[in-house]
Design a protein around this ligand. Structure first.
Ligand code: PGA
Length: 251
């Protein structure tokens, strides 16, 4: 049985007050035991607050981005060393919003992945095709390229990496991929890795992201190829996120 995950990507949302309320809601209402490892990804500035509230709880935390240098003249950037100091155990790498809005290249993403691992944290590598790429039948080649370039074409480096399949057209649109699309695509990702290293493919968690809600989670998380979810918008509501924890618990 592969490890199951429920991850909340808060993106650039929240305030001290709203995050306090969200964490209080989660801690008060979450199930006593969890089948999935639950992780939240707050904006950088709220990491100390999240750490103080979640320390000692069953919920872990991570960061949404990193810059692959330890320190120096990189205005506006935050390093993995700094994130580790604030108790982050996970870092999102290659999110499509970072690729698109911040022009993060495949080379930079590969450096970030390595940097995160070298600081003892686990990268959550996000890959996904655009609608145009899917329509043109390029989904598989795009995903294979994003996956392999991030590990510099050595799948052994996928050890400790959690892969998140996030079709760009499903993110924040309210239109999640269908269970059939998700199952088929996750199986393809696993086959790509298995072709090089069956053991790593077998153990690797692949989570789905893109308009996951408490309502569609049941169907998506039940799929044999799906090892949980990376949830954006719906992770900002304690009640919905708790329902997703219960949903994974029910399998
Ligand atoms: P969404 O975002 O759930 O709001 O679609 C998912 C993500 O970008 O990780």
């Amino acid at each position: 049985m592969r490890q199951q995950w429920l991850m909340g990507n808060w993106k650039m949302n929240g305030s001290c007050a709203s995050i306090e309320a969200l964490l209080t809601g989660l801690l008060q209402h979450m199930p006593l035991s969890l089948k999935a490892s639950v992780v939240v990804f707050p904006p950088f500035v709220y990491l100390p607050l999240v750490r103080d509230r979640l320390q000692g709880s069953a919920i872990g935390w991570g960061a949404q981005a990193t810059y692959p240098a330890d320190r120096g003249a990189y205005t506006g950037a935050v390093s993995s060393e700094m994130l580790h100091e604030f108790g982050c155990q996970f870092v999102l790498v290659g999110h499509s919003e970072r690729r698109r809005l911040f022009q993060e290249s495949e080379a930079l993403i590969a450096e970030q992945l390595q940097h995160v691992k070298s600081h003892g944290m686990r990268p959550v590598l996000c890959i996904g095709e655009t609608l145009a790429e899917r329509t043109e039948g390029l989904t598989e080649s795009v995903l294979k390229q994003q996956l392999l370039s991030a590990v510099q074409y050595d799948v052994r480096a996928l050890q400790e990496v959690i892969v998140a399949y996030e079709p760009v057209w499903a993110i924040g649109t309210g239109q999640a991929a269908t269970p059939a699309q998700v199952q088929e695509t996750h199986a393809f990702i696993r086959r790509v890795v298995a072709a090089e290293n069956p053991q790593i493919a077998e153990a690797m968690s692949i989570v789905y992201g893109g308009s996951v809600t408490a309502d569609n989670a049941k169907e998506l998380f039940a799929l044999s190829e799906v090892d949980g979810g990376l949830v954006g918008g719906a992770s900002l509501e304690a009640a919905q996120f708790v329902r997703m924890m219960e949903c994974i618990n029910s399998y």
